[in-house]
Design a protein. Structure first.
Length: 117
């Protein structure tokens, strides 16, 4: 019963979102459109979003590395604290990898959208 209700609500939401596009296509005289109106404008918006995500992930990774270094220095040979610091460095490396993937996705998307094919 819950699945039927879920899919019913999902269907209504999908139909509602489909109708939003036709309303957005109305041209109102005297009002200039804002936001990206071309593919290159959309690419610029995507690039800005990805750039911010990259910066945030990189800052988080640096903070994780600094905190892991502090944890390692204050571990005083405690194996649990050393393991915790090592895990934090691994998490920071994962954050850096995610940030690099975000930058590569930006390049891939801009390549596909900018070629016009």
């Amino acid at each position: 019963m819950k699945m039927k209700k879920f899919f019913g609500i999902l269907g209504i939401a999908a139909m509602s979102l489909a109708l939003v596009g036709s309303v957005g296509a109305v041209d109102i005289p005297g009002i200039t459109p804002t936001g990206p109106t071309t593919v290159s404008g959309t690419v610029d918006v995507i690039k800005n979003i990805v750039r911010w995500v990259y910066i945030i992930f990189f800052i988080i990774a640096v903070l994780f590395i600094l905190f892991a270094a502090f944890t390692y220095l204050t571990a005083q040979g405690d194996p649990e604290k050393v393991k915790n610091a090592r895990d934090q460095i691994i998490y920071a490396a994962i954050a850096i990898i995610v940030a690099l993937i975000a930058v590569s996705v930006d390049t891939i998307i801009s390549t596909f959208l900018a070629t016009g094919q």
